[in-house]
Design a protein around this ligand. Structure first.
Ligand code: UPG
Length: 349
């Protein structure tokens, strides 16, 4: 990816988040000429500015809900990664219209602004929760995928190549369960496990960035790219963390929260009927049949009946030892482990 990024100009919406910060650093290291960050929170931008100290990064305070913000931020850039979203499941359940405004209408603003400004490629970040969605976050991300696909289908001569990526839980992302469990371990309280048998796909931040890079290089208009991943139960994840920190595994079992599923689906059987398998990645091309009624109603899809969805209950399941090994590879977990391994320095009298 390095050579093709060198000298190019990028925009990352939601650029101060976990994904955004990793992507910004990667683009700078690859020699990007300019990386813009569009986000709402000026203080997070300020913290990032101080941390990076790189003139190639430009900060735009704004909101994807405001079309004007997206037009201004994407003017003159060649590539856009759209990560800005409302992504906490419980809060989207209580405020679904807010999720519609950011995840659906905001994403449509980004698509339209890119097209208007002649951006070459736009990659939108989706989630496994968009497949057979049961919660407002997943439903709005599913609609975001539809907005991207409709742009491709309705505009064969489009200036912007728009595609999506879909992935599962990113380990140690902000507000997610792993940092929460580590806090609970450090505070000596039982871990609040919702449902020990619940499963989730596990992915590192680096792997999510690689997926976006893959889509950026290989995506055709309307594609959805999926990265295959291993899964584990939440009970095993909690046990693995307790084992790593050398504390007994004690849980408070809370029960499933608002809008949660027992397992997540990365690719539906409908996706798999059209998907191309590239080993680590799946490419699901847009269903490009047009709205010609004869074709729409008479030319059915015969290829999906015997397929099984790809979900976190039937994906490769990591056991406790494997989850421990995976957690050890995360720099943030390593830092916590180093901290507790440090010998205590005797206080001066
Ligand atoms: O106190 C807690 C909090 C969570 N969980 C469980 O841990 C798992 C992961 O939870 P969390 O880290 O909050 O992630 P999700 O709710 O699965 O959603 C995350 O993962 C999605 C990808 O599937 C992203 O799109 C979302 O933005 C992100 O919040 C779930 O099974 C939860 O039920 C607990 O057991 N105890």
């Amino acid at each position: 990816m390095t050579s093709s990024l060198s000298g190019r100009r990028f925009l990352i919406t939601g650029g101060t988040g976990s994904f955004g910060q990793t992507m910004v650093t990667r683009l700078l290291n690859a020699g990007a000429a300019e990386v813009r960050v569009l986000s709402r929170d000026e203080s997070k931008q300020d913290a990032m500015r101080h941390r990076l100290r790189d003139d190639r990064v430009r900060y735009y305070v704004g909101d994807v809900r405001d079309y004007d913000s997206t037009v201004k931020a994407s003017r003159g850039v060649e590539y856009v990664f759209h990560a800005a979203a409302l992504k906490q499941v419980p809060s989207c359940e209580f405020f679904p219209l807010e999720a519609v405004r950011t995840n659906v209408l905001g994403s449509a603003n980004v698509v339209d602004a890119c097209e208007r400004n002649g951006v070459e490629a736009l990659v939108l970040l989706s989630t496994d929760k968009a497949v057979y969605p049961v919660n407002a976050m997943g439903m709005t991300k599913a609609l975001m995928e539809k907005v991207a696909q409709a742009h491709a289908r309705n505009n064969p001569g489009a200036r912007t190549r728009v595609c999506c990526v879909r992935y599962g839980n990113v380990m140690y992302s902000r507000g997610s369960v792993i940092p929460l469990f580590i806090d609970q371990i450090r505070n000596g309280v039982p871990l609040t496990v919702t449902e020990p048998a619940m499963t989730r796909f596990l992915m590192s931040l680096e792997q999510s960035v690689e997926l976006v890079e893959h889509a950026f290089h290989h995506g055709q208009p309307g594609d959805v790219f999926i990265r295959k991943a291993d899964a584990c139960t939440i009970g095993d994840l909690a046990t693995a963390l307790c084992n790593l920190f050398g504390v007994p595994a004690k849980f408070d079992v809370l029960g499933i929260r608002h809008g949660e599923k027992l397992y997540e689906t990365l690719a539906s059987r409908e996706d798999l009927a059209r998907a191309e398998d590239f080993g680590e990645f799946l490419r699901v091309p847009v269903d490009s049949r047009d709205l010609n009624y004869a074709l729409y109603f008479e030319e059915g899809d015969t290829n999906r009946d015997h397929r099984v969805d790809y979900h976190s209950h039937n994906a490769r399941r990591l056991d406790v030892a494997e989850v421990m090994a995976l957690l050890r590879t995360l720099p943030e977990v390593g830092a916590h482990l180093d901290e507790i391994a440090l010998p205590t320095v005797a206080a001066h009298p």
